[in-house]
Write a protein that binds this ligand. Structure first.
Ligand code: NAD
Ligand code: UDP
Length: 317
């Protein structure tokens, strides 16, 4: 048998929730993977199952520092960044730096290696949106100096420099705008609403609903998201593409759904709404459907069951 060439993919943020799932998919597709992570919000547990895999290498490094990677690299997936509002509020300057300097380094590496580059952007580039649902053509409504601005503006800068490297240097770039995604390997205490409510429900503690719970979100299961990202990476789209599940609900409805699925008798505890918390969020996925042939397949009930099982195992540890 002739030796078959395996593409080499570099994943920044590879020990995080999404980076580790993306790594699993890339390995399953026959890639070699180099993961870079400084573990600021990631967890080595997410990649424990990969130790000893000859196609996998882990480098503990901050991507805001110069990246030296010997040998060939075919794809750079830039996922490094704190992602939960609690994390980026605690880490405002590292969040700005990884979005700006980290993206610059990752793009520089892609340019040098003539690799394809994919940026993990976010629905937060739309801020507190005045257009609903959000289409990629919407420019957003972001408060640059509010507490969430450190994340939103870092990602907006990251999108701008990605398009600049595409236009000025001809780098083959892609941008995915990720909407709220959940699943196994999220940190139980990362503060995002899915682990927060499941952890509280399983512990019999009150569910902390911020505001009156009338704000909306649309939740996508991780396997669907990763499939959309893989399709985007293999496509010829250079414009940003939304990937998310359009099934929208209020946070109050979501709390009730978690109580139902866990069978918990927890109460609801209403807390103040964080500053600049978007009132509504729902992806318009027309572009993903048309250009990638992608749409989500896992409904909330099925995805939540898998996620609840995962957290039930972690709570006992
Ligand atoms: P996560 O916190 O689990 O993963 C992020 C990873 O990046 C962590 O392992 C962290 O240690 C690493 N990291 C952060 N700064 C770094 C640095 N300077 N150098 C090296 N590594 C660094 O979060 P996630 O949910 O997996 O998010 C991954 C990416 O997807 C982020 O860029 C995030 O903005 C984006 N995103 C996620 C969602 C979502 O719903 N999960 C939504 C929108 C966008
Ligand atoms: N939220 C909540 N209780 C919590 C955590 C979050 O009511 O314990 C709300 C939050 O105010 C927001 C929504 O749930 O309206 C989603 O929050 P998350 O932190 O998951 O991410 P966001 O979509 O705001 O980036």
């Amino acid at each position: 048998m002739p030796h078959q060439y395996k593409p080499v993919s570099l994943v920044t943020g590879g020990a995080g929730f999404l980076g580790s799932h993306l790594t699993d998919r890339l390995l399953a597709e026959g890639h070699k993977v180099i993961a870079i992570d400084n573990l600021v919000t990631g967890n080595i547990i997410n990649i424990e199952h990969l130790s000893g895999n000859p196609d996998y290498q882990f480098i503990r490094q901050d991507v805001t520092h110069y990246l030296f990677i010997p040998g060939r690299v075919d794809f750079v997936f830039h996922f490094a960044s704190p992602a939960s509002p609690i994390d980026y509020l605690e880490l405002p300057i590292p969040t700005l730096k990884v979005g700006a300097l980290g993206t610059h380094n990752a793009l520089g590496l892609a340019k040098d290696k003539k690799a394809r580059f994919l940026l993990a952007s976010t629905s937060e580039v739309y801020g507190d949106p005045l257009v609903h649902p959000q289409k990629e053509s919407y420019w957003g409504n972001v408060n640059p100096i509010g507490p969430r601005g450190v994340y939103d503006e870092a990602k907006r800068f990251a999108e701008a420099i990605t398009m600049a490297y595409h236009r000025a240097h001809g780098v083959d770039t892609k941008i995915v705008r990720i909407f709220n995604t959940y699943g196994p390997r999220m940190r139980l205490r990362d503060g995002r609403v899915v682990p927060a409510f499941i952890g509280q429900a399983l512990d019999g503690k009150p569910l902390t609903v911020f505001g009156d719970g009338s704000q909306t979100r649309s939740f996508c299961f991780v396997s669907d998201l990763i499939d959309g990202i893989f399709r985007l990476a293999m496509s010829d789209c250079h414009e940003p593409v939304n990937i998310g599940n359009p099934a929208e609900m209020t946070i109050r409805q979501f709390a009730d759904e978690i109580l139902r699925l866990t069978g918990s008798k927890s109460q609801i505890d209403f807390r103040p709404l964080p500053v600049d918390d978007p009132r509504v969020r729902q992806p318009d996925i027309t572009q993903a459907r048309a250009k990638l042939g992608w749409e989500p397949k896992v409904d909330l009930q099925e995805g939540m069951r898998k996620t609840i099982d995962y957290f039930a195992g972690r709570i006992k540890e």
